[in-house]
Design a protein around this ligand. Structure first.
Ligand code: HEC
Length: 104
């Protein structure tokens, strides 16, 4: 169990290093996302490891089920610290604002 968590910590550190190594785009790491219910939770919970670019790149491409699988993967595979209420709010936000067929 301890080794599992060390591996996760290491993975997190590598992701952060990767982020530091990226050329600064527009001079900052902060990637603005659309305003809406759930925005606060996603901004707080999902930017621990990577920027919101990851969400925007998949915008309009992932269906409701796709986003559901994505959030589940962030929790189970990468250990994103989310309680069920946060996960639910984030999922609704993603489907509404960045789901396949969402406007913008
Ligand atoms: C514990 C670290 C961590 C947290 C927290 C996290 N992610 Fe990720 N995320 C990753 C890693 C690592 C990858 C790259 C995975 C890969 O290359 O397959 C990734 C990739 C992604 C991708 C790109 C598609 C993919 O599967 O590679 C999306 C979209 C994404 N994350 C969304 C989210 C959302 C939404 C949240 C909040 C619910 C979140 N992430 C929180 C670690 C995290």
């Amino acid at each position: 169990m301890f080794r599992f968590f060390s591996a996760l910590l290491l993975l997190g550190a590598l992701v952060r290093l990767g982020a530091l190594a990226q050329p600064a785009m527009a001079g900052e790491q902060f990637v603005p996302i659309k305003p809406g219910a759930g925005q606060e939770q996603i901004q707080a919970r999902c930017t621990i490891c990577h920027s919101m670019d990851y969400v925007r790149i998949n915008s309009g491409f992932l269906s409701a089920d796709g986003w559901k699988a994505e959030v589940a993967k962030m929790r189970t595979a990468f250990g994103a610290p989310l309680d069920d209420a946060d996960a639910e709010a984030i999922l609704r936000y993603l489907i509404e604002n960045y789901g396949a067929g969402a406007k913008g």
